[in-house]
Ligand binder design. Structure first.
Ligand code: ATP
Length: 299
């Protein structure tokens, strides 16, 4: 009996190993499939922005998208941001808001529908021209262990010192920098640890403005602001949005009351859209979110 058991057991081990190897290969191939390089289409031409002083017209038309085929993230999403206007996206965590920004930047290709900038499908233009036209201020900025000046100039390494200072002025961090003993030569420390969250975000804004992007995507940080900083921030955002098309991914509704349109997302779909007052009149999902934030603010 033992004599028979050993070879059978041995065969069982081999079988399990082969099955595991096949499973791994399967996973490897599906990974290779999903993590496909985004490449320029053959003969892709540069994105042409019609009116640089206004920003481009942006359209999402019936966009569906998943990172993983098992889970649809955006379902038939359509919206239009006319040139030079501000659109804001709100919705609970995981609704798909930041995904919209990643798709506009073409970090991923969509599975169906189209994304058009000034009438050009972003899959038909060169990635370099697309990424030059769009500036993203991310939630968490990566700062290099170098000087503040270097960190701003990173937005355009060929920029002159005057252009770096001008971008810092526009981001309202020039005054702060000038008061530091080493000014623009101040070291920010590892990951910018010597700066506050707000200062870091201003460096990120200056870095983005230095690129002079025709379109701005602002991924608002989730961290709470005191009401004075919050008001200053609202004004600043309106200033930054001047002369460019702007998409704000918002976590605080008070930031976006002046947006030309607000898109309310839920589980990968746009469930409401309109201006702040239109949405409050509609008394739907946005109103619920607004009332909830008001209650939290009063607590
Ligand atoms: P938050 O307000 O928390 O920033 P969000 O609305 O911006 O959320 P997204 O970041 O767009 O949400 O994510 C939408 C969904 O996609 C989430 O459920 C998230 O887990 C999933 N997701 C995001 N990135 C990836 C990825 N690289 N691979 C797989 N799933 C992802």
């Amino acid at each position: 009996m033992i004599q028979l058991y050993v070879p059978l057991n041995f065969l069982g081990v081999i079988y399990r190993e082969i099955k595991q190897a096949l499973t791994d290969m399967d996973r490897m191939f599906s990974l290779l499939n999903t993590e496909k390089e985004i490449a320029d289409a053959p003969g892709a031409s540069p994105l042409h922005i019609q009116t640089h002083s206004l920003g481009p017209d942006v359209r999402f038309e019936h966009v569906s998208f998943h990172y993983d085929a098992k889970r649809e993230i955006l379902k038939d999403v359509s919206f239009h941001i006319p040139a030079g206007t501000i659109a804001a996206v709100v919705g609970q965590s995981g609704a798909g808001k930041s995904t919209l920004a990643r798709l506009l930047f073409r970090f991923y290709d969509i599975q169906s529908g189209s994304i058009l900038i000034d009438g050009q499908n972003i899959q038909d233009v060169t990635q370099a021209s697309l990424r030059k036209a769009i500036g993203i201020v991310p939630q968490d900025t990566v700062l290099f262990n170098d000087t503040i000046g270097y960190n701003i100039a990173y937005g355009d390494p060929s920029a002159s010192t005057e252009a770096v200072h001008e971008a810092a002025r526009a981001a309202q961090i020039d005054g702060f920098i000038k008061h530091l003993p080493d000014g623009y030569h101040t070291q920010v420390g590892e990951r910018g640890l010597k700066l506050s969250g707000g200062e870091k975000q201003r460096v990120a804004i200056a870095r983005t403005l230095l690129k002079k992007p025709a379109m701005l995507i602002f991924d608002e940080a989730t961290s709470a602001l005191d009401s004075k900083t919050e008001r200053a921030f609202q004004e600043e955002l309106l200033n930054l949005a001047k002369n460019r098309t702007t998409l704000i991914i918002a976590h605080r509704l008070s930031t976006i009351i002046h947006a030309d349109q607000i898109l309310v997302m839920d589980q990968g779909q746009i469930v409401e859209r309109g201006t702040h007052s239109e949405l409050l009149m509609a008394n739907g999902r946005y109103t619920e979110m607004w009332q909830m934030q008001e209650r939290v603010a009063l607590d």
